[in-house]
Design a protein around this ligand. Structure first.
Ligand code: ASP
Length: 584
């Protein structure tokens, strides 16, 4: 038996008990006549003691030679500690060791296995198994497990059943490139790894499963913007005989359950916001509503003067920065440079200071008088002491730019408290989105999303205006999930494919199986998927998802620990009838 207890378990009540423990040497302190060793495992740290008086010379020497991260087993007696350590749960006791066995020696780890390590990101990724021994990563993985379990608890209680769907499939468009896998048995043919199990979960509804969920890996070959992973995990769900309202209620319930069980936080009913309002008020379809600073559109009160910049702009829009009038000229200049960075891309920023005496001082006093500036303040909700920041230009671009500024300022002002949770449903997304480059429409959510009832005809005349039964759950400015009510009849699905630029043949070749299924009694259905990695990170109060993934990939999609992706040998290529045609 390797252990009778774990390293986080023993208390004063165990004093005089004979125990066996196994674990890693966290550190040792050698005073010559006495040696203390901190023994660590997943559950905690227990102090071991060896001393001249009570320990054989042999074992004393053995203890003195223990290196960091050696794996050892000890037998001994639980004794009361002379100087107690209130910071750890086992701090009242120590183990007087009677037998020490080295189970495995260890090389000196390339970074310290401490909460605050000296190892940089790259080296920690290469030795991820050592990183996982550190509390911050270990606890994040434990936290993730707890969230997954609570998801299963809640959904199972609601009669959802967990069904696995295949990984070797045909493309399911979720807006990214597919990862493909060559098939040896079918020369020249490829599987695609699922971008999501979308079509399968719909087929499960046709199959009468009624309520499905799965905690499932999805694969998307896209350029990895910060904090994305090429493979990630979704809580994927689908229900039959439901309307949008049913789905929002169930998954609001799930989110509330998680916040309560995992974070001990109770939240009110989630507010709902139309997509159009989210864009107008926050310039963003995933607004962080932990704080205000809503947009105020200023076109009407700015375009009657000689200020060409505003007169020529499709949108003039501002926000009030609480307390911003205290910024020095230099600080404001810095802010202007911040919005002009290529990542934000604004051409400039106009501002108006709201003085305590009710007067204003703007960077465009030449064009706008006090009455004008008072209107700016009113529309943006600025109070004396605030600063109104105004951007102008192309509507979509300006909204994105001001949204970036809003988030940045909120961060600086400490308004994004990770302990505060502000969930929000954003509903009524457009069905289609115009690709500015190609001039083609593509599905904003995915091609299986149904238009709002009665809007099908509008597809022919004003496709950009058609709204969908599609919704996103937003938490603290992050999209944590999204879904839709689906199309469930062949005709509508065919119309949809046509509008997305598929010929009839293409649609049949790619999605014939789904259209066929719709002819055999498809129930009305809908669903959604939550991104588990991000959800866990937010509930865990962190910005990045990496620590919540046991073996994440880096920004180039590499696993630097196992060194993947990697070349395959000639023989494997031959088996697959593949020839490389490398560009570089
Ligand atoms: N398949 C969708 C996604 O991955 C979610 C859904 O519509 O249920 O975003």
């Amino acid at each position: 038996m390797y252990r009778s207890h774990n390293c986080g378990e023993l208390r004063a009540t165990h004093i005089n008990t004979e125990v066996t423990l196994s674990g890693w040497v966290q550190k040792s302190r050698d005073k010559g006549f006495i040696v203390w060793v901190d023994l660590r495992d997943r559950y905690g740290i227990t102090q071991l003691v060896f001393d001249e008086e009570r320990t054989s010379k042999n074992m004393m020497e053995q203890a003195q030679n223990l290196g960091r991260e050696f794996v050892i087993q000890v037998e001994g007696t639980v004794i009361e500690r002379a100087s107690k350590n209130p910071n750890i749960k086992t701090g009242e006791i120590e183990i007087l060791v009677s037998k020490l066995t080295v189970l495995n020696e260890a090389l000196l780890p390339p970074f310290t296995i401490e909460d605050k390590t000296d190892g940089g990101e790259d080296i920690r990724m290469k030795y991820r198994y050592l990183d996982i021994r550190r509390n911050p990563v270990k606890n994040s993985l434990i936290f993730r497990s707890k969230v997954s379990q609570e998801v299963r608890n809640y959904l199972s209680k609601q009669d959802f059943i967990e069904v696995e769907t295949p990984y070797l499939i045909k493309s399911t468009p979720e807006g990214a490139r597919d990862f493909v896998v060559p098939s040896r048995m079918n020369e020249g043919q490829f599987y695609a790894l699922p971008q999501s199990p979308q079509t399968f979960k719909q087929l499960l509804m046709v199959g009468g499963m009624d309520k499905y969920f799965q905690i499932v890996k999805c694969f998307r070959d896209e350029d990895l913007r910060a904090d994305r992973q090429p493979e990630f995990t979704q809580i994927d769900c689908e229900m039959a005989f439901v309307e949008q309202e049913d789905i929002l209620n169930i998954f609001e319930g799930l989110t509330r359950h998680l916040l309560k069980e995992v974070n001990g936080v109770e939240v009110d009913k989630f507010p709902r916001m139309l997509f159009d309002d989210a864009m107008r008020l926050y310039g963003n379809d995933k607004p962080d509503i932990r704080f205000g600073m809503e947009f105020g559109e200023l076109n009407e009160v700015t375009q009657h003067k000689d200020f060409a910049v505003f007169n020529n702009a499709e949108l003039v829009v501002g926000i009030a920065v609480p307390g911003g009038n205290s910024y020095t000229r230099k600080e404001i200049d810095k802010l202007i440079n911040w919005v002009k960075r290529p990542q934000v891309g604004a051409l400039g920023m106009i501002y108006s200071r709201c003085n305590d005496d009710g007067s204003f001082k703007s960077s465009v006093d030449k064009f706008y008088d006090q009455d004008d500036l008072a209107k700016w303040a009113k529309i943006t909700g600025a109070k004396p002491g605030d600063l109104v920041c105004v951007l102008s230009g192309d509507k979509n671009k300006v909204r994105a730019q001001l949204s970036a500024l809003r988030m940045e300022l909120a961060e600086r002002l400490g308004l994004r408290d990770p302990k505060v949770f502000a969930p929000l449903w954003v509903i009524d997304f457009p069905l289609l989105e115009l690709d500015e480059e190609t001039g083609h429409y593509h599905a904003m959510h995915h091609p299986f999303t149904s238009p709002k009832p009665g809007q099908l005809k509008l597809l022919d005349t004003n496709p950009g205006e058609v709204k969908a039964n599609a919704y996103d759950l937003v938490l603290n400015g992050n999209e944590i999930g999204g879904g839709s009510i689906r199309i469930h009849d062949k005709e509508t699905q065919a119309i949809m494919f046509k509008h997305l630029g598929f010929t009839e043949e293409e649609a049949k070749a790619q999605f014939g199986f789904l259209m066929d299924a719709f002819q055999y009694g498809a129930p009305p259905h809908g669903g959604l998927a939550f991104g588990l990695d991000r959800l866990v990170a937010i509930l865990g109060g962190q910005e990045t998802i990496r620590d919540f993934i046991a073996f994440p990939k880096n920004n180039s999609g590499r696993d630097v620990m196992i060194d993947a992706p990697a070349a395959i040998d000639e023989e494997q290529l031959n088996d697959l009838s593949l020839k490389l045609n490398l560009k570089s």
